[in-house]
Design a protein around this ligand. Structure first.
Ligand SMILES: [Zn+2]
Length: 445
């Protein structure tokens, strides 16, 4: 292994660097850290990524994450040495990201008002634990293992705990998950228990659970696998690589994600900044992040709905006082995030700074949709034969809103990420039992 990357504070006024093999996830100035690669990868790697799809049974080529290992090689391994891969890279037998690629979904395209050839949706729910989290957990647990960690800690609305617990079980690590009591879908909580995690129920919401889990991490030198961990975000970049590979590395006009803790927003933004910097892409797709109206911190701040001032990255000099006043206002008025899309029921998105950077770099947009709109979005994805959770329904719903406003044109190329599935099957049953819903088909009794 050679030194191939460092960790660096994202605050340009600070810019402090850290050795890659350290547990620090934030700087002494409280800013988050980036993984910065020392070398610029050659574009010829595209051919190698493509050839690895004929994996010949090798799990590191079969994996939709590690197939791109040269671009996330923060440990500086010899990426062609499969013995070294086997010793160092953590994989669920090549299954992470393996089934993920963008699909045309004609009924969704009709519903949102796009030409059928113009819309692609990439279901990340077909990952082993049922969500996109496995992309980033592969890299985070790889780093944890290299750091000599035996116990990982996270807070979760469900998907993170399932993924973390699954990886911990495979690597013989202990896993503690902090969950908001009564606010987590039974299917996801069941997974955490099944995989042997120690569940800690917190009286409060996800934001409280994250605070408690990070307090434990800081107190006990523990290792967090929440998306404040920069290695999580490295793995999530492969979601974008798979999209681009399927488009022959021609970027779409728009990339659309649901917005919760904003880890995907941050990861996608960093991914595009790197690809642009390396000269791999000439055009930067515009990001669309879709909040729930019940948990719309990012929407309100970016669009200037609080104190009439827009929160912008501003080269890293963003208005942290405005952010603090916003959170104080919410806390003092006891305004809590509330949506049935529990995966994005988050009031204090931990990656907001990196997400602001992503919005600035991509000339991005933050939209919002309500629970009803997300339910219809989830249902119409189902009619194309794909299963997704309610939070992922925010993607078609958000595209529809922006089409109606003509922000997105009907022949723009739009790619959306469906983040998870099977979080709460009861929601689909409830939707289809109600004849008032657009796509429902109530049971015959
Ligand atoms: Zn710093």
């Amino acid at each position: 292994m050679k030194e191939n990357a460092i960790k660096k504070c994202i605050n340009p006024k600070c810019g402090k660097t850290f050795n890659i093999i350290s547990e620090a996830y934030s700087c002494s100035c409280n800013s988050l850290l980036d993984v910065i690669y020392l070398d610029k990868p050659e574009k010829e790697l595209i051919e190698i990524f493509y050839s690895r799809r004929n994996h010949g049974g090798n799990i590191y080529n079969e994996s939709g994450v590690w197939r791109f290992r040269d671009l996330i090689n923060f440990l500086g391994i010899d990426t062609e040495d499969l013995n070294e891969c086997a010793k160092i890279l953590v994989s669920l037998d090549g299954a992470e990201g393996r089934l993920s690629k963008p699909y045309r979904m004609s009924k969704v395209a009709d519903y949102v008002g796009l030409k059928q050839d113009c819309l692609l949706l990439q279901p990340e729910g077909y990952n082993p634990s049922g969500s996109f989290k496995d992309n980033g957990m592969s890299t985070a647990i790889t780093h944890a293992k290299a750091t000599g960690v035996h116990k990982i800690i996270c807070a979760s609305t469900g998907n993170t705990s399932a993924s973390a617990a699954m990886y911990a079980a495979n690597e013989n690590m202990r896993c503690e998950v902090y969950i908001p009591k009564g606010e987590i879908a039974a299917g996801k909580l069941g997974q955490a228990f099944q995989f042997g995690a120690q569940v800690i129920q917190v009286n409060g919401n996800f934001d409280d659970a994250l605070n408690q889990s990070l307090a434990k991490v800081n107190l006990q030198n523990g290792y967090t696998v929440n998306s404040v961990n920069p290695f999580r975000l490295e793995g999530q970049k492969t979601i974008v690589y798979r999209i681009l590979e399927n488009l022959d590395w021609n970027p779409p006009d728009w990339l659309v994600y649901p917005g919760g803790a904003l880890g995907n927003t941050a990861s996608c933004g960093k991914c595009l900044m790197e690809l642009y910097d390396w000269g791999w892409i000439k055009k930067v797709p515009r990001l669309v992040i879709v909040n729930s109206t019940g948990a719309n911190t990012f929407y309100e701040l970016v669009n200037g709905e609080f104190e009439g001032q827009k929160l912008v990255w501003n080269g890293g000099n963003f208005n942290t006082n405005l952010l603090d006043r916003y959170y104080d206002f919410k806390d003092s008025n006891a305004i809590l995030p509330k949506t049935r899309a529990t995966a994005i029921q988050i009031g204090k998105p931990a990656n907001i700074a990196k997400a602001l950077r992503a919005i600035e770099f991509t000339d991005g947009i933050v939209a919002q949709v309500d629970d009803g709109e997300m339910s219809h979005g989830m249902a119409v994805v189902g009619l194309n034969g794909f299963d997704c959770e309610m939070a992922s329904g925010a993607v078609p719903a958000g595209i529809k809103v922006l089409r109606e406003r003509e922000v997105i044109k009907n022949d723009d190329i739009v790619v959306g990420v469906l983040t998870g599935r099977q979080k709460d099957p009861a929601l689909a049953v409830e939707y289809h039992t109600d004849p008032k819903n657009i796509f429902s088909r109530p049971p015959i009794v």
